[in-house]
Write a new protein. Structure first.
Length: 373
């Protein structure tokens, strides 16, 4: 097992004592910083990168006959190097669960389709669906629409799963008392070597590494046209369904140079980190989820998540994003009537936006990111 420089830094941060006390001291230094607010920030963001035109269409719930225990959905786009090991790991599960594997070839232009076809010819549990490129959300949504399982899982095509991963998730799901199950995960490098120790999923809201009863997806789909599509789980699934966490590190998350989370280049598309909050609040209203149930999620998303992605923003965009988040949240605050929070930093984040204190917002975001390492 290798531990690279990045992992050593993370280990040092996790082990550093008194982080919260140091944050509170630093907070005193920036609490009265000069206010920052950009008028018409949202309109100016629209000129840099408009909100995606996709509008959510409530799915007509017309699944195929449910004749499998589980559908494992694997969206695939230009992953000829990794999709073979991914499918090999899925097909090698040590379980009595009767599962199908739905591989959605999302308009791949490399040899991905050939690799998928080879595996499908060898194993009848694989169903291949080919479509023009719709992005990760569109591929997952196609898989959901075609699923025949009583439960659903998502495995990204450049990742792998350990031989007992399906069994660990499904055993807990079948035991009752929850609507979906969440596992921990393990980082691997491009060659498939483990990086560091297994990690808890407390702060990572991805769709993979979970098993859901089928009804969880009856009236929701991933928002197409956006980056950060997994944010929908926090806003549309978590408030309505019960989750159970298990200590299983069997999802093997591969770090690749092409991963959106690892790119350093400035990219206006990353302004979706703001647009997707607007989109999901709209969807929460359509699902009659009380605003108070998503207000704190929106606060955290507008601070910690946005700050975590700031390496891909130009400096000129940050005041605009901060101001747009502030204006949006102040309106949402009026609707929510929330007086208490579950997350220790939420009150501080709300104060930062209310007082237009961008320096406090940055400090909280930095501390929040360090706390999730």
């Amino acid at each position: 097992m290798k531990m690279n420089v990045k992992e050593l830094v993370k280990h040092a941060v996790r082990s550093f004592p008194c982080k919260y006390q140091m944050y509170r001291i630093a907070r005193l230094a920036v609490r009265h910083a000069k206010p920052l607010h950009i008028d018409n920030a949202r309109e100016r963001l629209m000129r840099i990168h408009p909100r995606p035109a996709y509008r959510y269409t409530r799915p007509e719930f017309a699944y195929a006959q449910t004749d499998r225990d589980l559908s494992i959905i694997v969206p695939a786009y230009n992953v000829e190097r990794f999709v073979g090991p991914c499918l090999e790991s899925v097909l090698s599960q040590k379980t009595q669960v009767d599962f199908e594997v739905i591989v959605v070839n999302d308009g791949s232009t490399d040899g991905t389709a050939d690799v998928i076809a080879e595996y499908a010819q060898r194993d009848s549990r694989i169903r291949v669906i080919s479509q023009s490129n719709k992005g990760l959300s569109g591929a997952r949504n196609t898989g959901i629409d075609q699923a025949r399982g009583k439960a659903l899982m998502f495995v990204d095509s450049d990742d792998m799963i350990a031989p007992t991963h399906v069994d660990a998730l499904m055993t807990t799901l079948r035991a009752g008392d929850c609507d979906y199950v969440t596992s921990d995960y393990t980082d691997i490098d491009e060659a498939g070597n483990q990086i560091g120790q297994g990690k808890p999923r407390e702060f990572m809201g991805t769709a993979w590494g979970r098993a859901y009863w089928r009804y969880v997806w009856e009236d929701v789909r991933f928002p197409e046209g956006y980056l950060y599509e997994d944010t929908m789980l926090s806003f549309l699934v978590k408030p309505r369904y019960a989750n159970k966490q298990i200590e299983d590190n069997g999802y093997l998350y591969r770090h690749t140079k092409s991963s959106i989370s690892r790119k350093k280049d400035k990219d206006a598309k990353c302004i979706d980190t703001y647009w997707i909050i607007e989109e999901l609040i709209d969807e929460a209203r359509l699902l009659n989820i009380p605003t108070k149930d998503v207000y704190e999620l929106a606060i955290r998303q507008c601070c910690v998540s946005v700050y975590e992605r700031k390496q891909r923003f130009s400096k000129e965009w940050m005041p605009l994003i901060f101001s747009a988040c502030r204006d949006f949240l102040m309106v949402l605050k009026e609707e929510s009537n929330v007086s208490s929070f579950n997350f220790e930093l939420s009150k501080d984040i709300e104060e930062a936006f209310k007082t237009e204190n961008c320096r406090l917002w940055s400090l909280i975001g930095c501390y929040g990111v360090l706390s999730t390492l």
